[in-house]
Design a binder for this molecule. Structure first.
Ligand SMILES: Nc1ncnc2c1ncn2[C@@H]1O[C@H](COP(=O)(O)OP(=O)(O)OP(=O)(O)O)[C@@H](O)[C@H]1O
Length: 261
């Protein structure tokens, strides 16, 4: 079953063409990573898929329904965690129900037992059950981003959209967070779409890859197709040495590769 359909999408901001007639389909359950240099249109694509932006031309359908505005079954994870430092990891995760259950019931903590269970379950999925009472501001950047993932999971999405979720993290924490994102996606049968700058991390965790250049889709393929030539083509003059790890070094099963801390 095709879950996400991006059908001839163009997005213009004045004279800037951020997306130029982009089309692809993503079947349910795929873990797709969008690659491309800064300004190639990755964030615009994700924000358009989430319903935060409207395409100038074309249409995005998720589960057959045009994406005209944000919907609870499509959760978005941002680079800037979007969590509240003074609240515990648990309270932050619980606030993921805001879209479904209303702002006031969320703030007043009027959630029922099943919502509370869902928040704890989501924290467990990202390996933070033991830290659920800890204030978010006392947590590392990687842990905060994992709280951000838990918060998105509480929304009970079918689709996860993650816009550069590890851009501000050191390489070790970035791998941890990507591992949890991938395992959460597998555990909960989610269709996941994630933009990344780091090609090595993308290659380790991605299932399928879409490459953008100047708003156009210039690559769409699976891990074996993502060769050094494709990377060079996507990143142009940027020195891509070291961005590419051979297949032998890829994790065979990244779900088993998730750190346990
Ligand atoms: N709100 C906006 N108003 C005007 N131009 C915009 C807006 N958002 C994006 N753009 C332009 O659209 C193009 C694509 O930007 P976008 O942020 O999607 O790229 P990106 O690949 O996500 O870049 P980065 O990796 O730096 O986040 C750029 O030229 C950018 O300046």
């Amino acid at each position: 079953m095709t879950y996400i359909e991006v059908d001839g999408v163009t997005k213009r901001f004045g004279d800037v063409v951020a997306l130029d007639d982009v089309s692809f389909e993503v079947p349910a359950g795929e873990f797709v990573i969008v690659l491309g240099v800064s300004g190639s249109g990755k964030s615009t694509l994700l924000r358009t898929m989430s319903g935060l932006l409207s395409p100038t031309d074309g249409e995005i359908r998720i589960d057959g329904e045009p994406m005209l505005a944000p919907r609870p079954e499509v959760a978005m994870i941002f680079q800037q965690h979007n969590i509240i430092g003074d609240m515990s990891a648990y309270a932050n995760a619980l606030s993921g129900g805001i879209n479904q259950f209303g702002f006031f019931s969320s703030v007043l903590q009027l959630q029922d037992e099943s919502e509370k269970h869902r928040a704890l379950d989501a924290l467990d999925t990202v390996g933070l059950l033991g830290e659920s009472e800890q204030k978010a501001r006392r947590m590392s950047g990687g842990q905060q981003q994992r709280v951000g993932i838990a918060r998105a999971l509480v929304q009970r999405p079918n689709v996860l959209l993650a816009d550069e979720p590890v851009a501000s993290l050191d390489p070790g924490s970035a791998q941890d967070v990507m591992g949890y994102l991938r395992s959460a996606s597998e555990e909960r049968d989610l269709t996941t779409f994630c933009s990344l700058h780091q090609v090595n991390i993308a290659r380790k965790f991605g299932h399928r890859f879409i490459g953008l250049r100047d708003g156009k889709k210039v690559f769409d393929g699976y891990r074996d197709d993502l060769t050094i030539d494709v990377i060079d083509d996507l990143y142009g003059d940027i020195d891509t040495e070291g961005m590419f790890v051979s297949r032998e070094n890829d994790a065979e099963n990244v779900a088993d590769d998730v750190a346990t801390t």
